[in-house]
Ligand binder design. Sequence first.
Ligand SMILES: Cc1cc2nc3c(=O)[nH]c(=O)nc-3n(C[C@H](O)[C@H](O)[C@H](O)COP(=O)(O)OP(=O)(O)OC[C@H]3O[C@@H](n4cnc5c(N)ncnc54)[C@H](O)[C@@H]3O)c2cc1C
Length: 365
Amino acid sequence: MKTDVLVVGAGFSGSVVSRQLADSGKTVVIIDKRSHIAGNAYDTNDKHGILVHTYGPHIFHTNSQEVFSYLSAFTKWRPYEHRVLASIDGQLLPIPINIDTVNRLYGLNLDEEGLKSYFESVRDPRDPIKTSEDAIVNIVGWDLYKKFYKGYTNKQWGLDPSELFASVAARVPVRTNHDDRYFTDTHQAMPLDGYTEMFSRMLDHPGITIRLGVEYQKIRQEYSPKHLVYTGPIDEYFDFCFGKLPYRSLFFEHEHLPTVQKFQQVGTVNYPNEHEYTRITEFKHLTGQEHSGTSIVREYPKAEGDPYYPIPRPENDELFKRYQKLAEKEKGVTFVGRLAQYRYYNMDQVVGAALSASKSILDEI
Ligand SMILES: Cc1cc2nc3c(=O)[nH]c(=O)nc-3n(C[C@H](O)[C@H](O)[C@H](O)COP(=O)(O)OP(=O)(O)OC[C@H]3O[C@@H](n4cnc5c(N)ncnc54)[C@H](O)[C@@H]3O)c2cc1C
């Protein structure tokens, strides 16, 4: 079949590239092995009519005006600032750690300067900072590290913080003020009608054909496109020739509570030291939906299953680089996205990467 471009994967990366190329007059076929568009950002009404995120909570935040303006062509927004509490020693405390976290945990009454001096007195200075353990104990010392980070990281990654890059811990900052927002980006908002609706508008273009429930490996012979855009796992594309890249997977346990209006105070509650799950998210906080019941999701990290998170540690990076060298030699193929670039990208970063990949592809074809 004829098409200028074949795009594998209808998540953020594949959908943004498809729309950009179609807007420039190219014909695009976009496929996904799942039965729906929107990749891991997919949301849908559960059978009780509550909009839920099938693959775990997705909160949009960005400092990029370019990315925010781009997506705004396909959606209106509902302003939303995410807040997270962590269940520690019988209390629910703000995370990222801030002044109130420390005061409530230890029964103190520190002000901002007092908190800085407190951190100075408990920190374990590390130089160089290589691992997540280094990054955290260097700022807050061992007790806060053990209570907030160690258990959560062990569960989330199946690894100790000392085995992960410092960048993993750096995703959750430490604050000395009262700010209890999870993110501080300039733009923090949820697509007003949901992610799937936003993707549906993005892909609604006469130049774009969507095929769902289709594995690339099974249909690759049907097309000889001028260009291929691949957003699936890079190791799978190369038939795992250097071995499997490790990914962390998750089991999502969705539950509807018909007689509960509000299950928890904030969008997400983390459980670093109790339970097998890492966190519970209540969707109505994220979406602002009104309903007599509520729907929640518990996340259980696991080793096997759908690849959700590339695991950021040195040996995996080395293995990825071997695949990346092969990818660079692959003529007429662009690898973009969280799985193809084996990078712990947020949605806005994926959109940015897809916009720049689109420019390069248009220069080529
Ligand atoms: C639990 C969880 C929570 C997250 N929360 C946030 C958040 O709050 N904020 C944020 O900014 N980011 C969040 N993210 C990250 C966000 O999901 C990603 O940045 C984004 O979805 C990546 O888009 P993508 O297109 O690269 O990949 P994906 O969304 O994974 O899309 C890739 C698509 O390719 C398809 N595919 C793969 N291989 C094949 C094949 N061989 N044939 C056909 N189709 C194939 C897959 O089915 C998939 O639909 C979260 C991620 C997870 C896992």
